[in-house]
Design a protein around this ligand. Sequence first.
Ligand SMILES: [Zn+2]
Length: 307
Amino acid sequence: MKQKVKVLNITGWGRSGSTILGSVLGNCRDFFFGGELRNIWKLSLLDNRLCGCGVTVRECDFWKKVFDNGFSGMNKVNVTEILKKLKFTYYSRLALIKLLPFGEKYFKSYALSIPEIEKLFLSVWEVTHCKVIIDTTKSPLWGYLLSLMDNLDVYSIHLIRDPRGIAYSRKKKMLQPDKEKTIYIERFNSFDSSLKWNTRNLLAEYLWKQNKDKYLMIKYEDFARKPKMTVNTILDFISESGASTPFVSAGEVELSVNHSAWGNPSRFKTGRIELKVDDEWKSKLNSFDKLISTVCTFPLLSRYGYK
Ligand SMILES: [Zn+2]
């Protein structure tokens, strides 16, 4: 039987710490951290954004190799066509199609209609010879589609964070390093952020409920408090418990340069990094936003064990 490519997709709502978790996992020996790979077509190939290594993806030797290998060159990729087909994955609520009698069949044929996605993962694997590809595209629908592809063996980490911490982070102006333009990461008010938190988390649970052995729920706060233990749990989950990790102590990692296509600016962090809980929101988020966020995410908030 042909070997499938192992993919670890981190799903959930943005600002949950997926980039730093992805980066730490990607620094395990023979693992590859690709960042948010759904964005490689639009933001990297079309808009020429920066790779995690500091040059644009179009100039990055690593990605040149990947696209030469899988697509006979970056310029041969029909980005417009791919983006047209990918549009569907930006509407999370369409995941509910799975409830219909023909739902699963529909998603399978949809996944197969975008062979470029699988080709990208296969090419990364052929170029890197890695054991696992880490993808931090957090759309639950995207992760589910990956799992329907014949040559990928997909595991899903459902990463949850206190929605009030996310609401605080989502309000902040955050600069995305870029070669040519001043770019800020998309911001959300507490109401919108909370609604999306509900949708993303419920969908992640729903889409993976029939595939429980490939699904693991992790809390950001647990990862940030006990990072080494959490990473070991994840390695067990994907049957890679022997992998060497970048930990230099229980709470510190040594991160090397990566080739993440897109993600939070923390993907550019290298060297020795101390991992700790970011709970600035507890003192800085105003009472109104705290209330909005708490009311809008209840009862899921309580089910996930947040006060
Ligand atoms: Zn690069």
